[in-house]
Ligand binder design. Structure first.
Ligand code: CU
Length: 321
């Protein structure tokens, strides 16, 4: 008895490849259009965007620049100056924008993978090329994102650089290879005599500030570009030879912080650290009186010869040996 085998779908595929592919394409289009007709119109991308923004806001709304947990401060130090809020807003906004873009992009990738996946072995999903709207979106969307970042950066910068009318203290900060000197000008505690403290790579300088009192910093350099940076103040500014950069700031939290040079300025750049002491007014005055009593009166000079700064001998000898 002979078994007559009816032609299978696989046989058809082998025998008539062109016809089959065309049929699959037509079937696929038909199915897509029938789905579109049967289902009510939906806007998955719009809803996804709203969901992403809601998630980002919900996650980040509990964050604060003075929270004790690192994660809640989004990895910034605990804020310690009146300029912190502007930088915090910029930082938080950047996180929200990054999170929304991340969730949106990866959400769309996952949605596309599931929505347009191959559903059977003999189906080729719709192939899309030269989609002008999508390509325009790829170009315009990043430009818009960068423009928004730029706008908020400039407005935050303007806010942070606002000067106060009559600062409570005025001081000159001298950054030189490779340490700092702090010159306190016109202070009552010293009867108006300028006093200073100059650090060395071996013995970093101490900067004393009175809490909740405004300070005008004038930044000077005799040699190369340095950058005055105290992470807890959420602020840094370049110190440029031949130019006096200036900013006003009020420390708002007592404590001892580490300041740094944030511009690679040479071999011993890493030694340009200093200690910031934000203290009560009484303690601040006491420190200035101590500087005056120690004879640190007048203006500090920058490093005359960077290679002979005290504290470098040991490192130089070590390097030679
Ligand atoms: Cu430096």
């Amino acid at each position: 008895m002979s078994m007559q085998r009816s032609p299978s779908r696989d046989d058809t595929l082998v025998a008539q490849p062109d016809l089959t592919i065309n049929r699959v394409r037509c079937w696929s289009r038909l199915r897509m259009s029938s789905i579109a007709c049967l289902e009510p119109e939906r806007h998955p991308v719009g809803r996804m965007k709203l969901a992403m923004i809601a998630i980002a806001i919900a996650v980040l709304s509990g964050c604060s620049p003075v929270d004790s947990h690192d994660i809640s401060r989004l990895a910034l130090p605990i804020a310690g100056s009146d300029r912190s809020q502007g930088m915090w807003n910029l930082w938080l906004g950047a996180w929200i924008a990054s999170l929304v873009v991340f969730l949106l992009v990866f959400g769309l990738i996952a949605w596309s993978m599931i929505r347009y996946r191959r559903r059977s072995e003999d189906e080729v999903p719709d192939q899309v090329r030269y989609n002008l709207p999508i390509e325009a979106l790829y170009t315009i969307a990043p430009v818009i994102i960068v423009a928004i970042f730029f706008f908020h950066t400039v407005t935050s910068e303007n806010e942070m650089l606002k000067k106060v009318d009559n600062p409570d203290h005025t001081m000159t900060v001298l950054g030189s290879k490779w340490q700092w000197a702090f010159n306190y000008l016109d202070e009552k505690a010293t009867a108006g005599d300028p006093v200073f403290e100059a650090g060395t790579p071996e013995r970093p300088a101490n900067l004393y500030l009175a809490v909740n009192e405004s300070v005008r910093f004038d930044l000077k350099s005799p040699d190369v570009i340095h950058s005055f940076w105290v992470p807890e103040f959420y602020f840094k500014m370049d110190v440029i030879p031949g130019k006096v950069n200036s900013f006003d700031m009020t420390p708002t939290r007592e404590g001892t912080f580490t300041g740094r040079c944030a511009e690679l300025c040479g071999l011993y750049h890493s030694r340009m650290i200093f200690k910031v002491h934000v203290v009560s007014r009484a303690e601040f005055d006491q420190h200035l009186e101590g500087l005056k009593a120690a004879g640190n009166v007048g203006e500090p000079v920058g490093a005359k010869d960077a290679d002979t700064i005290a504290g470098l001998d040991e490192a130089e000898n070590g390097a030679k040996n």
